[in-house]
Ligand binder design. Structure first.
Ligand code: PFF
Length: 468
């Protein structure tokens, strides 16, 4: 066989396998559902809990660098991951291996896929714990526990939650059980229903909070803090955090968007959908910043207070505003659901991998990984109480997991993905798979993928290691 015919035969076999997979794996019922699911994955604790606190810790030009990372690295990579999933029609490991085979490259590239799945799994173990905090705040807010609370008292209430391992374990376990139940029943059915009301509802509540913060808080100071860059405060470490957070918030570098892409029907515009997902995600994060920082400044709180920031700040607002008990309770319910839709996407790559690679049932995969996740989550729970003093390089188990996965493993997974796509796959195959009609746009994306994105990620790593 000539090269061309073998390529054609390979492509044909690939296409046939894809059609069979489509029939057995099922697809999103429409591109609207895919948009909802991808947005559900992207919008979560990262936007409402993490974005404000890392911004508070890094200050200065952090928001600007973060937005640049979203635009120049996040969106192109999001498109790439969805494309690999749709073309490979399998879990991330299988999808990458299949595309590598089609391109005549080593199937070792599948490491990009399974490393992503592992990263997602590790993230999920601490994500559950933070979602558990939000869950604990639902009854606390509805019951009026925060009425008229001061900044200091609110800090004490949050401290009391962290000091109570039993409450933390119960809440994290409930979140884990809900996640695994939905994943067990199949992602597509359960997700679609919950997302339809969640996204608009969350958006409206965020707006209510921003309006409240604008009236009652130090809005001008917050605007200045968020949007007037102070480059003197920018360090190599904060650039890494901005990059890592761009990955975290768009669910990149850990297989989630690949696996969601693998259920995407042909014919949907990957570029348009990815841009819309990134826009919605960024909008929610900025709204969270605009809701929280005016209150932080008005109540004399410390912007760099760390992971507890929203759990200390928002109850002050809920304790003072009219109908705050109800608005606050609803807000924390929405936060839990937003976290759930992200948690589902964090677990789906490894569940799909277990069922497709080892041919075990979905139930077994869910129970097995649920148990391991639960054990791992105990490490994060105890980081705030029993094990608070056991630290590695000044970081607890929770901090270490967060730092390693978000700032190193996710960008590393992203780097592998762009190198694989830009340098291993054939341009023609990629062009067909991504389906961008305008040649100019395709080339802009392609070159960003081949040169811009990998160079940027490597520069950030080298800079942090003190090598440049
Ligand atoms: N993007 C989610 C958030 O911002 O909360 C977190 C996340 C979900 C990260 C899925 C990674 C992932 F694969």
């Amino acid at each position: 066989m000539t090269d061309k015919t073998s390529l054609a035969a390979g492509t044909f076999a690939g296409a046939r396998a894809r059609i069979q997979d489509n029939a057995s794996r099922g697809l999103w019922s429409s591109r609207w559902v895919f948009f909802l699911a991808a947005t559900g994955s992207a919008v979560g604790l990262g936007n409402i809990w993490k974005f404000p606190y890392v911004t508070g810790q890094n200050g200065g030009a952090f928001v600007l660098v973060y937005l640049a990372c979203i635009l120049l690295i996040g969106i192109p990579l999001l498109m790439t991951e969805v494309m690999i999933g749709r073309r490979g029609r399998a879990n991330p490991d299988g999808a990458v291996a299949r595309l590598a085979r089609e391109a005549g490259a080593s199937s070792r590239w599948r490491v990009v896929g399974w490393l992503g799945g592992l990263t997602g799994f590790l993230i999920l173990s601490f994500y559950l714990v933070v979602a558990g905090w939000a869950l604990a705040y639902v009854p606390a807010t509805f019951s009026g526990g925060f009425a008229g609370v001061s900044g200091e008292a609110s800090g004490e209430l949050f401290g009391a939650l962290l000091a109570d391992p039993l409450r933390l374990v119960v809440c994290a376990t409930l979140v884990l059980a809900a996640t695994m139940l939905i994943v067990g029943f199949g992602v597509r059915g359960g997700l679609e229903r919950s997302l339809r009301f969640l996204m608009p509802g969350l958006f409206v509540l965020m707006l209510v909070l921003v309006v409240y913060a604008a009236i009652e808080g130090e809005f001008a100071q917050a605007l200045q803090f968020l949007f007037v860059p102070d480059f003197s405060a920018l360090t190599a470490q904060s650039v890494l955090v901005a990059l890592g957070h761009a990955f975290f918030t768009l669910s990149l570098g850990c297989g989630a968007m690949m696996v969601y892409g693998s259920y995407l029907p042909e014919g949907t515009s990957i570029a348009k959908t990815s841009i819309l997902v990134a826009l919605a995600d960024t909008a929610v994060a900025l709204l969270a910043g605009l809701a929280i920082f005016p209150l932080v400044f008005a109540n004399g709180l410390e912007p760099g207070a760390g992971p507890g920031l929203i759990f200390v700040t928002l109850p002050i607002a809920f304790g003072q505003m009219p109908l705050g008990q109800i608005v606050g309770g609803l807000f924390f319910i929405m936060l839990v659901i937003a976290a759930l839709t992200s948690a589902i996407s964090l677990s789906e790559p490894s569940i799909a991998w277990l069922t497709e690679r080892f041919r075990i049932s979905r139930t077994k995969a869910v129970l097995g990984s649920g148990l391991v996740l639960w054990l791992l989550s105990l490490g994060s729970v105890f980081s705030f109480n029993h094990w608070a003093d056991y630290q590695l390089f000044g970081k607890t188990f929770f901090d270490t997991l967060d730092y390693l996965t978000t700032n190193w493993l996710m960008p590393l997974g992203g780097l592998g993905t762009v190198l694989f796509t830009g340098w291993v796959l054939q341009k023609q195959v990629v062009s067909e798979a991504i389906g961008i009609r305008s040649n100019g746009l395709f080339l802009a994306w392609w070159n960003l993928l081949r040169y811009g994105t990998p160079v940027a990620i490597v520069l950030v790593f080298l800079n942090l290691m003190g090598l440049i």
